[in-house]
Ligand binder design. Structure first.
Ligand SMILES: Nc1ncnc2c1ncn2[C@@H]1O[C@H](COP(=O)(O)OP(=O)(O)OP(=O)(O)O)[C@@H](O)[C@H]1O
Ligand SMILES: [Mg+2]
Length: 530
């Protein structure tokens, strides 16, 4: 069981939580939800002991595993070892055992080795390697990477290895912060099944509605400056929450009506012969006191991309027979396609198939090995990279407003602030340090910088990662309304459903293109697979 006892967390004057108490029990799988920046990651870090609370106490079970975020810590280690490290007791015993076996074995060392063998046996150490390998294979890491150092594999794979590390050990509690961010639909499905069978206490942060609905038995929702636990999955929580709100609203309405009648009586008879009756009515008014409806912190950003002053030509890109290989492995083979003005193209497919490669080639960041990409007249690109740190330098401190002013020197502060307000950075939020932003806040900042310019072509690589549900649908509508062209890679159904009118799909049997909505593409695909 995990217990939070009167936890308060403040960042300067900003209060994230005050006196929050909650208990998370084994056998339950909790989704920790709430909008971007409400403090989900902070709360998990407090539970992990990585960040300190301002006051209060956390009680944890003996073994807690969690998804580490600091990839740099493991860059020089072998992939398989990083997974086994998920069981710290075993990993330490194995390392010490190997070290002792490589030297002279005295009596004392022999005794120590016996102790270590006992630990290895207790922790199922003899099957550790095969267990670790099975996890890696399931999550899409090929066998040839197992003995490589982390630094030698792509970043999204490094993240997956850390996920394997978190789930490797049979722990009493498992804490996962946005585990699906770097996973494709197949791996998400695998993780859903795995977590579904988890017997300890699971707390998972995610903005993926489908994932939360599949995995969670309970939702701990951060809202109204506190944490409220609801039993049931995400959709059930949303329904209960709005039901409670409606009930309070209805109750308040009938109370207000009653109060108005009572007040009328008091005004009429307050000082006459019926004064004593009026007095009891005053007491009744006090008793009825309508419940204050707290404002929910769920907010929807308003995302609209400027209609381009200078539209691009009718043909935006003419892709002709392009091919690209990495280390001799072909990723894109002989692909031809034409992107027309006004197209909203959803690029889908499992990770590692070449979505980012295609987007980078279209945007000119990468050259094809053969074939050509002809750019149309007056095409101006706004790019949203898969890795936020490609555009936001988190090492040099800079405030949001300052950052955007540097990006676009033509606009005045008022104009920038107006876009910031739409992206929920109003008032003092504009002076937040870029280095301290949460994942979703960083994504919103990148969108703000795109909105401040008048690009006629948007190339977005998994822009929904980190964004909360409200922001993802706002982005979908923004793209749908956009008068220019957009090409965006995504696994998010909501975003694809709302915004895409064409699909480029990286499938097992090659790249498929489809003129129509995502739903229609899925229908056609299912029909052809039968
Ligand atoms: N060191 C810090 N100083 C000031 N503010 C901070 C600091 N660290 C985090 N914050 C702020 O605290 C808030 C909570 O951050 P946190 O990362 O916990 O949010 P989150 O709920 O995980 O959001 P997301 O869904 O975007 O990941 C954010 O508004 C963030 O900007
Ligand atoms: Mg977070």
């Amino acid at each position: 069981m995990i217990v939070l006892d009167k936890i308060t967390k403040k960042h300067g004057a900003r209060v994230l939580f005050e006196d929050v108490s909650a208990a998370f029990t084994p056998g339950h799988r909790y989704g920790l939800t709430g909008p971007n920046g409400c403090g989900k990651s902070t709360l998990l870090k407090i539970m992990m002991g990585v960040e300190h609370q301002t006051s209060g106490k956390v009680v944890l079970p003996k073994r807690v595993s969690y998804l580490k975020q600091n990839i740099n810590e493991f860059l020089n280690m072998k992939v398989r070892d990083v997974v086994i490290m998920g069981n710290e007791r075993l990993y330490r015993a194995l390392s010490e055992r190997d070290r002792l076996y490589s030297g002279d074995i005295t009596d004392a060392i022999g005794m120590r080795l016996a102790e270590l063998e006992e630990i290895v046996a207790e922790e199922n150490g003899y099957v550790a390697e095969s267990d670790a390998e099975a996890l890696l294979l399931h999550i899409g890491i090929k066998r040839e990477s197992f003995d490589r150092e982390m630094s030698e594999i792509p970043t999204d794979h490094q993240f997956r290895v850390l996920l394997c590390q978190a789930i490797f050990c049979k722990s009493d509690a498992l804490l996962l912060d946005e585990p699906t961010n770097h996973l494709d639909l197949e791996s998400i499905k695998w993780l859903e099944d795995l977590l579904h069978d988890y017997e300890g206490t699971l707390i998972v942060v995610s903005h993926d509605r489908h994932f939360l609905n599949t995995v969670c038995t309970d939702i701990a929702d951060i809202d109204y400056d506190t944490i409220i636990c609801y039993s049931g999955n995400y959709d059930e929580m949303v329904a209960t929450k709005s039901h409670i709100k409606e009930r309070i609203e209805l109750d308040n309405k009938s109370k207000e009506k009653k109060i108005a009648q009572l007040k009328e009586f008091v005004a009429k008879f307050g000082s006459g012969t019926r004064a004593s009756q009026a007095k009891s009515r005053v007491k009744e008014i006090d008793r009825l006191n309508p419940q204050e409806i707290k404002k929910s912190n769920i907010q929807r950003p308003y995302i609209r991309f400027h209609p381009p002053q200078k539209p691009s030509g009718q043909s935006v890109y003419k892709i002709s027979k392009i091919s690209k290989s990495f280390n001799g492995v072909p990723v894109i083979k002989n692909f031809s396609y034409e992107i027309h003005r006004g197209d909203k193209i959803g690029v889908i497919g499992n990770n590692g198939r070449g979505k980012t490669t295609l987007l980078q080639m279209i945007s000119g960041k990468l050259k094809p090995d053969s074939g050509t990409i002809t750019i149309g007249h007056q095409v101006e690109i706004g790019y949203f990279p898969q890795n936020h740190s490609d555009v936001i330098d988190k090492s040099s401190p800079c405030k949001i407003l300052e950052y955007l002013t540097k990006q676009n020197t033509k606009l005045n502060e008022q104009e920038i602030r107006s876009v910031l307000g739409k992206l929920l950075f109003s008032g003092d939020e504009a002076f937040k340090e870029v280095t301290k932003l949460s994942g979703g806040e960083t994504a919103r900042l990148i969108l703000a910088s795109i909105m401040l310019n008048e690009f006629n072509t948007l190339i977005l690589d998994e822009p929904n990662n980190n964004l909360d549900l409200e922001a993802v649908s706002a982005l979908g509508w923004g793209l749908d309304e956009f008068k220019g062209s957009a090409i965006f890679a995504s696994h998010d159904r909501d975003l694809l459903d709302i915004a895409a009118n064409k699909i480029i799909a990286f499938e097992d049997d090659g790249i498929h293109t489809f003129d129509g909505k995502f739903e229609k593409y899925l229908e056609k695909r299912a029909a052809t697979k039968k």
